[in-house]
Design a protein around this ligand. Sequence first.
Ligand code: ATP
Length: 507
Amino acid sequence: MSNAPQKTAANTTEGTLAEIVSHAKEYGFVFPSSEIYDGLAAVYDYGPNGVELKNNLKQLWWKAMTQLNQNVVGIDAAIFMHPLTWKASGHVDGFSDPMIDNLDSKKRYRADVLLEEKAAEYEKNGEIARAETLLAEMGRLLTIEDLAGVKQLIIDEKILCPISKTGNWTDVRQFNLMFSTQVGAVAEDSNKIYLRPETAQGIFVNFLNVQKSARQKVPFGIAQIGKAFRNEIVARQFIFRMREFEQMEMQFFVRPGTEDEWYDKWKATRMRWHQVLGLPADKLRFHDHEKLAFYAKAAVDIEYEFPFGFKEMEGIHSRTNHDLTQHQEYSRKKQQYFDADIDPETGKAYGNYIPFVVETSVGADRLFLATLCQAYTEETITEGEGEKEQTKTRTFLKLHPAVAPIKAAIFPLVKKDGMPEKAEEIFNSLRHDFRVIMEERDAIGKRYTRQDLIGTPFCIVVDGQTLEDETVTVRHRDSREQTRMPISELRAYIGEAVSFSRIFEKL
Ligand code: ATP
C-alpha cells in the first residue's frame, strides 16, 4: 500500500437540497416517518447514522452550556404540562401564524413567509432598500395585527401562488399552532392538554425549584433539550420545518437592568459556537426581528445559508420578566428571587425581584440540517496514471470528527493470513472509547467510499506489514492521504481528533 498522497481535487461543490435529502435517506441519516404508509407530512425519523450525528451535536451543546458554565444547570421537563401554563404564556390565545389560501390551487401559505420570500427576491436582485421597506411594513402590520393590511400588501406586491400562478387569495387568518389531546379516559374539554410548542415553559415553571435545589444565584441559566410540537401550516424544506422537532433552549435569569449586557454576551457566544463547530462565518449572519413580541426588549436570529437561502437556525431573545410574571399571576405563587448582593448606588441589598430573562433557543434538527448541508461535498478527482488515468466524482461528508457518526472503520486488507483477527483485536481495543466499526466485505476502495459517504474521518487498514511490525495505515477522509502508524498510537491519535475539548478551547 502506498503512502503517497493521491492526486488532489480539481474542484469541490456543495449539494442541492434534493441531493442532501436523498443522501440522508440512502445512507441512514433521515427517513420520512412511516414511509411504508407513504409518510406523514413534516415528520421524519433519524436513522442509524443520523441519530449518532444528532446525539453528538446535542452533547456538544449540552456540555458547552452546562459543563463550561458553572452557573448553567440542566433539567428535563415533561412534554405535558398543566393547561394553565399555556394560558399564562400566551400560547392559547396568541400562538398563531397568519395564513392565506390560494382559491385556485387550494394551497395554504404563511402570509409572512410569502412576503419574506418576496423580500429575499429583491435582496438577491440588489434592491436592498426595497427589501427592507417591505419587511418593515410587514413587521408593522403584524405587530398591530392588521391582517387585512397584510393581504393588501401581498396583492400590492403582486405575489402569486407558485402552483396556480394566480393572485386569487382568501383573507389572512390566524391559525393556532398547538396540538391538543386529552388526559384521562373521558374526552371532555376540561381534560384538554397540549403538546408543548416550546421547551422554554418547562424551564420557567421550574425556576424556583432549580434555583433553590441547585443553590444558584442570579445570574444563572437553565438548559434543556427536548421535543416540541407545532402544527405548522407549511410543511416543506425537509427537516427545516417539522411538526415534531427538538429544541435546545437555555433561559438565563438576570438582575433587571443587566439584560442588555447579557443579551450581547449570549449573542456573541452562540455565534462563536456555531463557527467553532465548522459553519463558516460567511454562511452565518444575525437577523434582527421585524416583529417584536409586545413584552420583548430585543430579538435576533442566527441565520445559516441553507441551499434554499439564509434562514433562522437559532433565536436569541431578551424576554424581560414577562414569562415569570405571567406564571406568578396565573399560579398565584410568588416567582421572586431575593438578591442579597449590595447595590453600590443605595448601599442596600438588591432585595426581591422577578428576574429578567435572556433566552437562547436553537433547533437540534435545523442545526443537524445545517451541519449536513455544510459537510456534503462533491469533488472531482483524478486517479491512476498514464493510460489508466480517469476522472470521477467523489461524494463525501466533511463532518467535524467530533460529530461524525463513526470515528474510525477498521479494515483487514484481505480476509486471510490472520488480518481479520488482527483487525478485530484493534476494534476491541478502541470500541470502549469510540464508535468504531469493522468491515471485511468488498474491495478496499469500495469500503473507503462507503465511509466517505457517511463522513467517517479515519479508515484503519490492517495489511501484511501489520502482522510483522504492529503498524497500520490510517487513511484520512478529506485528503485521502494515508499515513503509517503504530497500533499503540491509534487511541491517542483518534482521541485528539474527536475530542470535545479541542472545540471548547476555542469558545
Ligand atoms: P420560524 O419563524 O422558522 O417558524 P420561530 O421563530 O417560530 O421559527 P422559535 O419559536 O424562535 O422559532 O424557536 C426556536 C428554534 O426552534 C428555531 O430557531 C428553530 O431552530 C427551531 N424550530 C422552530 N420551529 C421549528 C420547526 N417547525 N421545525 C424544526 N425546528 C423548529
